[in-house]
Design a protein. Structure first.
Length: 198
């Protein structure tokens, strides 16, 4: 089996991001300067059963937006590179994941078509998870990741009250659905077009 590793470096006037991804597994080391985001990335790595290293330095004196979005873009690019031709993958994954009162559903298609729909319970769309991390950044992260990973994602938190629980349920559901979708189950490219790239 081909190596399923990728390393991506992304440098802009707002951030410097390095991501190393191993879809075959391994440990994780996360340092973005945003504590809650580090926790969510570690949650993703653990439940997706991937090896993940993320280092990011961003303009946090502004806010966390650029850091979160650029990590999403870099991680998405790493996913695309690590999957290579996508030969043999399951392609689809779908999971419900609870976090106490919150319940999230993630449906993933490693389709070659970038799309993300992320929905939160009514009334929580503008909630703060921490004093400097709004729930809107969770959606920004997943949209950025899907755009570069060339995957389709439907991520719905169907219920929840605590914004922390809502975000964590979303990350866990995505991680578990992603884990299903990237597993190797055959020798073929799972598409009648014989390609999973645009």
């Amino acid at each position: 089996m081909a190596s399923r590793l990728a390393r991506v470096e992304r440098t802009t006037g707002e951030t410097v991001v390095t991501v190393e991804l191993d879809l075959s597994g391994g440990g994780y080391a996360i340092s973005t300067g945003v504590g809650f985001f580090d926790h969510m990335l570690a949650t993703f790595a653990h439940h997706a059963a991937v090896g993940l290293m993320v280092r990011a330095e961003g303009d946090l004196m502004v806010d966390a937006h650029h850091t979160v979005e650029d990590v999403g873009l870099a991680l998405g690019q790493a996913v695309d590179e690590a999957l290579d031709t996508r030969r043999g993958i399951q392609r689809f994954g779908s999971v419900y994941a609870p976090m106490d009162e919150a319940l999230a559903r993630a449906v993933v298609d490693i389709s070659g078509r970038p799309f993300a729909r992320v929905e939160f319970p009514p009334g929580l769309e503008l909630a703060l998870i921490t004093s400097s991390f709004p729930l809107t950044l969770v959606a920004e992260f997943f949209r950025a990741l899907a755009s570069r990973a060339l995957l389709t994602l439907h991520l719905d938190v169907e219920r929840g009250r605590d914004p922390h629980h809502v975000a964590e349920a979303a990350f866990k559901a995505f991680a578990l659905a992603f884990r299903q979708a990237v597993q190797i189950v055959s020798e073929i490219i799972p598409s009648t077009k014989n390609t999973l790239h645009l």
